[in-house]
Write a protein that binds this ligand. Sequence first.
Ligand code: SR1
Ligand code: MG
Length: 424
Amino acid sequence: MPLPTPEGYRVLDESSLRDLLASLPAVAQRVGGDAAAWRIREVGDGNLNLVFIIEGTHGGICVKQALPYVRLVGESWPLDLNRAFFEYRASVIQAEHCQGLVPEILHYDPKLYLIVMELLSPHIIMRRGMIDAVVYPRFVEHITDYMARSLYFTSDLALPAARKKAMIAEFCPNTDLCKITEDLIFTDPYRVHELNRWTSPQLDSWAAMWREDDQLKLAVSQLKVDFLSRAEALLHGDLHTGSIMVTEAETRVIDPEFAFVGPMGFDVGKLIANLLMNYLSHDGHETRPGERDDYRAWVIDTIHGVWHGFATKFVALWAKNRTGDAYPRDLLPDDSSVFRQAQSAYMAHLWTDSLRFAGASLTRRTLGLAHNADLERIEDPDRRAACERRVLELSRDLLVNPDSYAHIEQVTARAQALRARDLG
Ligand code: SR1
Ligand code: MG
């Protein structure tokens, strides 16, 4: 029995997509030439959707269509089609604040739950480049602009309360996608669950330890409450290196279908965790020890740059754009020491949150359903498990002892120490 879907919805194939796009004059013009001759390929390798690339005589476009279920698992896991709408709306809002850092949206079809966007070419998914040890010299500059601007301008620091509440209301119904995060990140890896997987038998005892560790389960449960209840800013909701497309010169953040108004540290921490995982994965990819030392050094610098660049830009935006209802100027005048105190307390809280969310992201990619290619591509299970154990140790520490890390340099030093301990 096919899953029930709203009237007018159908899953597109290459032929029906060709007809649809040919009927949209601006889109057809952008592709160019005779529609019958367009090259159309389904290239989606993500966990949820169909993704098509369409190329003609003038150029290309990308089309993303939501399926009524989780692609990774199949029809046994139905999933709200409206995620396409939330992605479309988040893309529009982010484009206002982060011009040049998100793909241009060309069309949204509310019946087919389909987004037509610019084709990013020759950009590639950043995770793929990082697995192959490719350096992206402008990444830190771009991603810190994206993070600072997308989070600041959708927070109470920039928005009057009525607009902020309207935004919360708009994204509140993205409950199916939030539920994926609530279960897959904050719950399942810490209990017996049929969808959990890990490198077995190497990590069997580690998975068991995670299920029995009360301190860890308390920490992740407290974090889940923050995720459920703290409506700080419009989040991307899945900001990892698989949601970023890059060239040496450009960076574009894609796929904000998990968008909702939540705690900012979730976006920041998820990105930092994914960079840390990449750092810890290269021991499994090297053909001789030390081969990727230079690349590891670049990843470490990148992690430092991401936090410092984000925090500096966020604070600067706050000083210049005090347009929201939070921290009123009448109480905390510009350039006063009390305003500086407010900023520093706010950033300290965001720092600790980011570490905690980074910790949870590390465990979910090692013991939960959806893993990272950085580690998954390590063919030898013993070498993979050795890297994953370091990921898990770092994860636990960030979740349980976030206050012992005052600076990002201490986090990367811990990751380096875990390698040094094992590798000598
Ligand atoms: C069932 S979806 C699994 C994961 O894919 C996405 O990238 C999100 O991270 C989600 O948790
Ligand atoms: Mg995605």
